[in-house]
Design a protein around this ligand. Sequence first.
Ligand code: SDX
Length: 429
Amino acid sequence: MADKKATLHIEGQAPIELPILTGTEGPDVIDVRKLGASGYFTFDPGFLATASCESQITYIDGGKGILLHRGYPIDQLANNADYLEVCYILIYGEAPTRTEYEKFKKIVSNHTMVHEQISSFFHGFRRDAHPMAVMCGVVGALAAFYHDALDINNEKHREITAFRLLSKMPTLASMCYKYSMGQPFIYPRNDLDYAGNFLHMMFANPCEEYVVNPVVSRAMDKIFTLHADHEQNASTSTVRLAGSSGANPFACIAAGIASLWGPAHGGANEACLKMLEEIGSVDKIEEYVAKAKDKDDPFRLMGFGHRVYKNHDPRATVMRQACHDVLQELNIEDPLLDVAMELERIALSDPYFIEKKLYPNVDFYSGIILKAIGIPVSMFTVIFAISRTIGWIAHWNEMHDDPSNRIGRPRQLYTGQHQRDFKPLHERE
Ligand code: SDX
């Protein structure tokens, strides 16, 4: 992979030759691993121009609005596969045969229940705790329940842990919601598919049967697929960094949940809906667009912009259609959708947003669908965490399978004090 070279000329030093590596898609990379010997570090806060690893899971071309999972375009997966099929593809690299897929689904179903003791774990939280705070705690605590499979060097342990996480995230998420409502937890059902089971655990209650609406369930499944993985985003990079120290998978996924919670990342769908509610009506959009453009105003249009997509987010395109399908099926005239559509129209025609290449991202429409389904805003990022768990697991496994994997330990540009002598307190008085 390294037949091209970059030559670095540093004054007073011999030229440094750095290999250039070429992948199957996307930009070549300059391999700077040898640079440390020169006495220099690279400097790239926010990793705007840094490839942190080699990966074969997901490819994004931000300029062309391309997103591939193991080579398959996201729109083809979202429209022709279901979430568990995409999970299989992300983990194993190939689409399953019918037999492999049925076996995979059965294993997932058989791990959806959580240890009864976890129910009492929930009762340590306040009922009004943010569900992402609860998820950080409860998912991390799974390591306290599954001592039998925490050896990260054991292939079987890693596989059973992947199934436990994939299967139990919807159960734990619905428990967060039920706990906040003061309603009893609803057990998972093996006769329902992944999305339908989640909706049932969210909205069923002991007093009456909850019938899953197939259009709503399909939209929920698409939301899971569209958020499943996204290369080296902040939360996935967090999972990889935590995992590089050898931390157990439950602790690493809990770290990913914590990172996803931020409003600049997975918290954007919750922030986006709150923003649409704050704007409230179409006639106030211009005022908020002006705020977003004002350098002195920290306000940003949540659901717009992306570190990588400088064209359109292909997930938003699929999400937009799913949004209309759900609102039509449920016969909902949501004024927030009117605000969202007008905001999209104005933003996409405004020179500021065109120049900054700010387009609606995956979070822009998901919030409207989730609100239409009846999921509270505080649960939006929890839905994102359910979906992204498979991406985190796939990257965590890929890292451990990589023979060049080492503990992640970046350096820094130090601009603090020069060395100085310390005076004990009695000499400083
Ligand atoms: C996700 O990485 C991933 O893949 C993430 C994700 C995934 O699937 O894992 O895709 C999920 O996190 C989607 C992004 C959700 N976040 C939001 O919708 C929050 C709003 N967006 C912004 O905070 C911002 O666009 C980011 C964080 C998404 C991207 O930030 P960057 O790449 O660091 O870009 P930037 O902040 O440097 O902005 C570039 C310019 C700036 O202006 P200048 O300083 O150059 O003059 O664009 C402006 C910003 O002020 N800008 C915005 C804006 N986003 C960027 N101005 C108004 N509204 C916005 N939303």
